[in-house]
Design a protein around this ligand. Structure first.
Ligand code: SIN
Length: 489
C-alpha cells in the first residue's frame, strides 16, 4: 500500500512557528525498511538550527509557564483529539517509515495520544504543599514550578509514543521543548509538530529538529538554558549522555535498555502465559526495551509451554507491515539484522538449538532482506550473548529452571532492570516474586503493562527517572521551598 503524498508529514523542521530546512541544505533520507524505497527526505540540521530552536523555546517559555493550568490543558486536549482524528493517516505514515504492522501502528497512535490526554488532565493536579513549621513565626511553602526549556531525544522503535510520553508532561508542567527524533523515523515527529500548531500551542513551545544526533545533542549540552534532557535509547548512549550532562549539571530522565525475563511457574495458566509471552516477544518484531528476552520455564511444564509458544509463533504472518493480516514486519535496518544473526550464531556455537525459525525469510519478491522468522532457541546458558545483551529481534531464548529461588536468581542476573514478567496462580508467590525482582516494571500474569497512568522506567543500568502518571509530570517540575517569616504579630 502506498501513502497519498498529500497525507505525508512535513519535510521541514519546526522552529518557533516556521518550517525550515537545514542551513547547509543537507537532507537525510527516510527509507521504508520493508522495501528500501525512499519515503521522504528531511533536513539534516546541526548545532546552529538547534540553537535557534532553543532560542524559540526560551522566548516562548515565560508566557507558557505563566498560563493557568486550565489554559495549558486546552491545546493539550485538542492535540489528543487531532491525533485520534488523524489516527489512520499517522499509522500509515509510521508503518511506512518504521515497518511495524499497521495494526500495531494504529495501537501506537492511540497509546501516544493517551499520554497527551493524561497530561491534559494532570496539568490541573500539579500540587505544592504547606509543611508545619517549627517556629510560630514561620510558614513553610513547597512550590512546584516548571523546569524550563527541555530537550528530548527519541528512538525509532516507537516514533510517536516516545515523543508524547515526554512532550505531554513537559507541556502540562509549563515547560517548552525541543524534540530530536531518531534519524530513521522523523516523519511521525514532524506530523505531530504540524498537529501541535493546529492545536494552537504558542509558537516555540514545541520545536522539532531533525538531523545529526551528535551535533544536536552537543548543542543541547552547550546551552545552559536547556535545563533537562529526556532520552529513550540504548544504555551505551545513555552513559555517554550522562557524562555530557555533567558540564551544566543538566537534569536527566533516561529510559535505557532492558533485557526482560519472563518466568512461567508450573502453577501458571499455560495458555495465557504462552499468549502473553508471544505477544510481548513479537511486539514490534522484538524491537522494544521491554520485550521478553529470557523466557524461564519451570521444568515440569517446559515441554507443554514451549509447544504452545511454538504453535503460536509458527502461525504468525510475516510480511510488509502495510499488508493485510501481517503480524511480523521487517527489522528496522541491516545493522539490526546483523545483530540478531550474530546473537543466534553465538548461541548455536555455544550449544543452543533452534526449535523454530532461526533465520531470514523472504515473504515475497520486492521486499528487502530484513524479515527474520519468529524464532525459539533452547539450551540457553549464561555465557551466551543472547543471555547477556539485548537482541532487539523476534528471537525467544528459552531456559528451564527447577525452583522459585533459582528463577529469581536467573531473572536478576542482568545489568538491566527495566521490565520483568511472571505467570503464576499462587497469590502469595505473586507478591513474593514481584518484590524480589530487581526491575522497575513488573507484569504479574500480564505481559502488556505499559499504560499512560503508571510510572514506567528502570533500575540498575536501565535508566533514571519515570515516565507516565503523575510521576512523569513531576519529572518536569522543580521543587522550591519558601520559608515565610515574620508571620506573628
Ligand atoms: C520502549 O520499548 O522503550 C517502550 C515500550 C513501551 O512503552 O511499552
Amino acid at each position: 500500500m502506498t501513502i497519498n503524498p498529500k497525507n505525508m508529514a512535513p519535510r521541514s523542521c519546526l522552529i518557533g512557528a516556521e518550517w525550515v530546512g537545514a542551513d547547509s541544505g543537507e537532507t537525510i533520507e527516510v527509507r521504508d525498511p520493508a522495501t528500501d524505497e525512499l519515503v521522504a527526505s528531511v533536513p539534516g540540521c546541526a548545532a546552529a538550527e538547534t540553537r535557534r530552536a532553543i532560542d524559540a523555546a526560551a522566548k516562548a517559555l515565560p508566557k507558557w509557564r505563566s498560563r493557568t493550568a486550565q489554559e495549558r490543558t486546552r491545546p493539550l486536549r485538542r492535540l489528543y483529539e487531532l491525533m485520534m482524528r488523524d489516527r489512520e493517516r499517522l499509522a500509515l505514515l509510521m508503518t511506512r517509515e518504521q515497518g511495524k504492522p499497521l495494526a500495531e501502528a494504529r495501537g501506537e497512535i492511540a497509546y501516544a495520544a493517551s499520554f497527551i490526554e493524561w497530561a491534559a488532565e494532570e496539568a490541573k493536579r500539579i500540587y505544592g504543599l504547606t509543611v508545619p513549621a517549627s517556629s510560630p513565626d514561620k510558614r513553610i511553602l513547597v512550590l512546584r514550578q516548571p523546569v524550563g526549556v527541555c530537550a528530548a531525544i527519541t528512538p525509532w522503535n516507537f516514533p510517536a509514543a516516545m515523543i508524547t510520553r515526554k512532550l505531554g508532561p513537559a507541556l502540562a508542567a509549563g515547560c517548552a521543548m525541543v524534540v530530536k527524533p531518531a534519524e530513521q523515523t522523523p516523519l511521525s515527529a514532524l506530523a505531530l509538530g504540524e498537529l501541535a500548531l493546529e492545536a494552537e500551542f504558542p509558537p516555540g513551545v514545541v520545536n522539532i529538529v531533525t538531523g545529526d544526533a551528535k551535533a544536536i545533542a552537543g548543542a543541547f549540552f552547550d546551552d545552559p538554558r536547556v535545563r533537562k534532557l529526556s532520552f529513550t535509547g540504548s544504555t551505551e548512549v545513555g552513559r555517554s549522555l550522562m557524562k555530557s550532562a555533567s558540564d551544566h549539571v543538566m537534569r536527566l530522565s533516561l529510559e535505557l535498555g532492558g533485557h526482560a525475563p519472563l518466568i512461567v511457574f508450573d502453577d501458571a495458566d499455560l495458555e495465557a502465559a504462552a499468549a502473553g509471552a508471544v505477544a510481548n516477544k513479537m511486539r514490534n518484531m522484538g524491537q522494544t526495551c521491554i520485550c521478553a528476552n529470557r523466557i524461564l520455564v519451570q521444568r515440569g511444564v517446559y515441554d507443554e509451554f514451549v509447544g504452545l509458544m511454538q504453535r503460536r509463533m509458527e502461525r504468525m504472518k510475516v510480511g510488509a507491515g502495510s499488508e493485510q493480516g501481517v503480524e511480523v514486519g521487517p527489522l528496522i535496518d541491516d545493522d539490526a539484522v546483523e545483530k540478531v544473526k550474530a546473537h543466534v550464531a553465538d548461541a548455536l556455537d555455544k550449544g543452543a538449538t533452534v526449535r523454530t525459525g532461526g533465520g531470514l525469510v523472504k515473504p515475497h519478491k520486492g521486499l528487502a532482506n530484513r524479515f527474520y522468522a519468529p524464532t525459539i532457541i533452547e539450551g540457553i546458558t549464561s555465557d551466551m550473548r543472547i543471555w547477556r545483551e539485548e537482541t532487539f529481534g523476534p528471537v525467544a531464548p528459552v531456559r528451564a529452571f527447577d525452583t522459585e529461588d533459582e528463577a529469581i536468581k536467573l531473572a536478576n542476573d542482568s545489568i538491566y532492570g527495566l521490565a520483568a514478567y511472571f505467570y503464576t496462580r499462587d497469590a502469595s508467590r505473586l507478591m513474593r516474586v514481584a518484590e524480589a525482582l530487581e526491575y522497575g516494571v513488573i507484569g504479574a500474569n500480564d505481559a502488556a503493562p505499559s499504560t499512560a497512568q503508571a510510572p514506567f522506567g528502570g533500575v540498575k543500568q536501565s535508566g533514571v527517572g519515570r515516565e507516565g502518571g503523575r510521576w512523569g509530570v513531576e519529572e518536569y517540575t522543580e521543587l522550591k521551598f519558601v520559608s515565610w517569616g515574620g508571620v506573628s504579630k
